[in-house]
Design a protein around this ligand. Structure first.
Ligand code: HEC
Ligand code: HEC
Length: 343
C-alpha cells in the first residue's frame, strides 16, 4: 500500500520536473532517471531489511501495566546518589542520561562509588526492555533479575545489603508518597516495588530512529549513502550476529585471539563454568552505537570505524575494505536516537 502510494507521488514529481524547462536546464533527464531508479531500488532494500531485520514491537514486552507514577519513581531511584554506601554514586553515574547520553559514560570500564575499577564497558540502558539476555555474559535473562544487583555490588554502589537500601529509602521523607502513588494497592517501601519501579523506568527508555522510520514505511527516512551502508550490512553477514530488530543482543561469540583483549575476563565461562564458553561474549545491540563509544566488552576500541574493522575477524565473507567500513559506519548512524542527535 505504502509502496504504491510513494510510487505514484514519485512518478508525478518526476513528470513535473521533466516538463518544467527551468528544471531541465539544471539537471539532465538522464540524471533524473538515475535518481528515480535509486529511489525505486530503495523500496526493495526497505522490504529486504524489514524481512531480514524486522520491526521493533511498538510496545516494550512487559510494559503493558507500567504507570507514569512507577516510571517517575524509578527514575528518581535511578538518579539518587544517597543509595550508594558513601552517597556518591547512583545508577546514572555510569548510565548517564543527560544530553546525547543513552546510558553509557564514555569510559572504557566504569569506576565504582569508591573509585574501584570494574572490568567491563557500561552498556546503554536504552531499549534494554527488548533484551532477552542481560549483561555481556548473559548471566541474567530479565531486567527484574538485574535491577537490585548494582546497589550491593562491591564494585558498584557497594551497600552492605538490600535492607540498607530500604533503610536509606525510608530515611528520605519524599519517597513515601512516591511509593504510594506508584503502588496504590501495596504502598510500602519494599524491594519488589523498588524493582518494579526501576524496571518500569528502564522499559520507558526507547529510542526512535530514522532506520525504524525507513523499514516502517518511509523510504526517504535514510539517505542514499545510508542505504548503501545498509545494503553492505545485509550482504556482509553482519546480521548473522547483529540480528533481529535490536541488531544484536542475543548471540554469544568467541573473541578473536589476534587482539589484546583483557584476558582476565573469561566471559560467559565465568557464569556457566563450561570450558567451551571461555571468552564468549554477547553480541552487542547496534542501536545508538554511534553515540556509545568506546566499544567492545572491555571498552578497548575507541572508534566506530575500528570496531567495524575488527569484524573482519568474525564471519565476514571477505575482507571489508576501508570504503566499506566508512559506508557501514554511515549506515549505523541511522540507528541513533533522534532526540539525542541533531536531525
Ligand atoms: C559502576 C558503574 C555502574 C553503576 C553504578 C550501575 N551500572 Fe548498570 N552496568 C554497568 C556495567 C559495567 C554493566 C555491564 C556488566 C556486565 O555485563 O557484566 C551494566 C549493566 C547494566 C544493565 C544490563 C544492560 C545490558 O545490555 O545487558 C542494566 C539494565 C543496568 N546495568 C542497570 C543498572 C541499574 C538499574 C543501576 C542502579 C541500580 C546500575 N545499572 C548501576 C555499570 C554500572
Ligand atoms: C560472528 C558474529 C558477528 C558478526 C558476523 C559481526 N559482529 Fe559485530 N560484534 C560481534 C561481537 C561479539 C561484538 C562484541 C565484541 C566484544 O565485546 O569484544 C561485536 C561488536 C561490534 C561493534 C561494536 C559495538 C559495541 O557496542 O561495542 C560494531 C560497531 C559491530 N560489531 C559492527 C558489525 C558490523 C558492521 C558487522 C558486519 C560487517 C559485524 N559487526 C559483524 C559479533 C559479530
Amino acid at each position: 500500500m505504502n509502496r504504491f502510494f510513494f510510487l505514484l507521488i514519485l512518478i508525478f514529481l518526476f513528470q513535473c520536473k521533466v516538463d518544467n524547462p527551468l528544471n531541465a536546464e539544471k539537471k539532465s533527464n538522464n540524471e533524473e532517471i538515475l535518481s528515480l531508479t535509486f529511489i525505486l531500488a530503495g523500496f526493495d532494500l526497505q522490504e529486504e531489511a524489514r524481512n531480514k531485520i524486522g520491526l521493533l514491537s511498538q510496545v516494550v514486552p512487559g510494559s503493558e501495566n507500567d504507570t507514569r507514577e512507577q516510571i517517575v519513581l524509578g527514575e528518581k531511584i535511578f538518579r539518587d546518589t544517597s543509595l550508594s554506601l558513601n552517597s556518591v554514586q547512583s545508577c546514572s553515574t555510569c548510565h548517564l542520561l543527560n544530553g546525547r547520553n543513552v546510558g553509557t559514560d564514555g569510559q572504557a570500564t566504569s569506576l565504582g562509588t569508591f573509585g574501584q575499577s570494574g572490568k567491563r564497558n557500561t552498556p546503554s540502558i536504552f531499549n534494554v526492555g527488548y533484551l532477552k539476555t542481560i549483561f555481556w555474559d548473559g548471566r541474567k535473562s530479565t531486567l527484574s533479575e538485574q535491577a537490585l544487583l548494582p546497589f550491593v555490588d562491591a564494585s558498584e554502589m557497594a551497600l552492605g545489603s538490600t535492607s540498607d537500601l530500604l533503610d536509606r529509602l525510608n530515611a528520605k521523607t519524599e519517597y513515601a508518597s512516591l511509593f504510594s502513588a506508584a503502588f496504590p494497592k501495596n504502598p510500602t517501601i519494599q524491594l519488589t516495588n523498588v524493582n518494579d519501579a526501576i524496571t518500569a523506568f528502564e522499559r520507558s527508555l526507547v529510542s526512535k530512529t530514522r532506520f525504524d522510520d525507513f523499514i516502517g514505511g518511509n523510504p526517504f527516512a535514510i539517505t542514499l549513502q545510508e542505504k548503501e551502508g545498509l545494503r553492505l550490512f545485509l550482504n556482509l553477514n553482519c546480521i548473522n550476529c547483529h540480528d533481529g530488530p535490536m541488531l544484536g543482543g542475543k548471540k554469544f561469540v568467541k573473541l578473536d585471539s589476534k587482539y589484546n583483549y583483557n584476558k582476565n575476563d573469561l566471559g560467559r565461562f565465568e557464569f556457566t563454568g563450561v570450558e567451551a564458553d571461555k571468552y564468549f561474549f554477547r553480541t552487542p545491540s547496534l542501536r545508538n552505537v554511534e553515540i556509545t563509544p568506546p566499544y567492545f566488552h572491555d571498552g578497548s576500541v575507541r572508534t566506530l570505524e575500528e570496531a567495524i574493522r575488527r569484524m573482519n575477524e568474525y564471519e565476514a565473507p571477505r575482507t571489508i575494505t576501508e570504503a566499506e567500513i566508512a559506508s557501514l559506519a554511515t549506515f549505523l548512524k541511522s540507528l541513533s536516537d533522534k532526540s539525542k542527535v541533531n536531525f
